[in-house]
Design a protein around this ligand. Structure first.
Ligand code: NAD
Length: 346
């Protein structure tokens, strides 16, 4: 563990196995310097235990950075369950997971991530109170996507300000990859601001719905990398900025909500050299965790959430300005600030 390439002085890496339900889970707690470690639970059919461990280590570090940049009193953690989310779920499995979370006595707070639904978390809630993202209860925050999307829209304007010297999106062309929960709301904000949209998705029904509502032009999932636009907004998959796509982008900026957009951190510098301003993903997409934090606090306040999201976008602007004046890639500037905030500055 201590030699693992993704180990970053994590405070705890906890393995759980429950023979009766078949639960195999890892809870990685990266840092509790700013508060209890919070981050979703992912259910995925990993090829190997090593792949599962790497995911837990990297995702929990990412949550530390995201929560630090959002300036909320939460540390970073993540849980991963090994299994197929379509065939391997059972109430017993989620109750066993709930007991695992409970055993950490509040040092880790779980929520939904890939493969996990609100209904799954309601079962987890039967065993532990250290769970958020519920749709029942006094402070329930519900679906975080609209808040995430609002932050991304504001973040796109912050980014446009640096590239075009105005945050007015009227008449700008924006290519949007993924029009699901987050991307769909982002499109609506952008259309209202007068932007011209080019969209793609693999879900034809979602595509035609958003196109009808916003007047967006539809292109195929592969074509989206080649369209000429002012800004590319990825809101679907991770690792879409890679050696295959890098030379295809014909945009001045990339700003969208997908997690882990850079396949490796070095892509940040390669984007910079191509004159593309990159809004670091875990900064621009922090609206959702702010919404969840309001639920964890026990008294949900939409005003508090809105204030925090606006403040986060000011932070995004500062990251972009620092990067532009120093010549450093934006992702490394954000990493540096996040690490300082959690007391891991170099
Ligand atoms: P979602 O599943 O509702 O939407 C994702 C969309 O991407 C779907 O419509 C899907 O069909 C589409 N898609 C999948 N593969 C594609 C491909 N190859 N090309 C084009 N489109 C494709 O998920 P979401 O909640 O909207 O999340 C989108 C991204 O934002 C994810 O990376 C997620 O981790 C990240 N994110 C979400 C939130 C949130 O509040 N939901 C918060 C932070 C980050």
């Amino acid at each position: 563990m201590f030699d693992h390439s993704s180990f970053d002085a994590h405070e705890g890496v906890h393995l759980f196995h429950d023979a009766d339900s078949g639960l195999k889970a890892i809870v990685a707690i990266h840092s509790t310097a700013l508060g209890p470690a919070a981050g979703g639970c992912r259910m995925w059919n990993y090829d190997t235990g090593e792949a599962m461990l790497r995911d837990a280590l990297r995702l929990s570090q990412g949550m530390s950075y995201k929560n630090a940049m959002a300036d909320i009193p939460l540390g970073g953690g993540k849980a991963v369950i090994w299994g197929d989310a379509k065939t391997d779920k059972s109430p017993a499995l989620f109750r066993a997971f709930g007991r695992a979370v409970e055993s950490l006595q509040g040092r880790y707070i779980t929520a939904e991530d890939v493969g996990i639904s609100v209904a799954d978390m309601q079962i987890v809630r039967e065993e532990t109170a250290h769970v958020a993202g519920l749709d029942q209860g006094a402070a329930a925050s519900g679906d975080p996507s609209p808040i995430t999307a609002m932050g991304i829209y504001l973040g796109i304007r912050e980014t446009a300000q640096r590239v075009f010297a105005t945050d007015d999106l009227n008449g700008r062309t924006i290519a949007v990859q993924g029009v699901g929960s987050v991307g769909g709301h982002v499109c609506e904000h952008l259309a209202k601001a007068g932007a011209r949209l080019i969209i793609t998705d693999i879900d034809q029904a979602a595509l035609s719905d958003i196109s009808q509502r916003t007047g967006a032009q539809i292109v195929s999932p592969d074509e989206i990398y080649d369209v000429e636009a002012d800004i590319f907004s990825p809101n679907a998959l991770g690792a879409i900025i890679n050696e295959k796509t890098l030379d295809r982008f014909r945009v001045k900026a990339i700003a969208g909500g997908a997690n882990n957009q850079l396949i490796v951190p070095e892509m940040g510098e390669l984007l910079r050299r191509r004159g593309i301003l990159y809004a670091p993903d875990y900064v621009i997409n922090g609206g959702g965790i702010i919404n969840v934090c309001a639920e964890i606090s026990g008294t949900y306040s939409r005003d508090w959430v809105d204030g925090k999201v606006h403040a986060l976008m000011t932070t995004l602007g500062e990251v972009l300005d620092t990067a532009l004046s120093s010549g450093d890639p934006t992702n490394l500037v954000a990493d540096r600030i996040a690490r300082e905030r959690i007391g891991r500055g170099d």
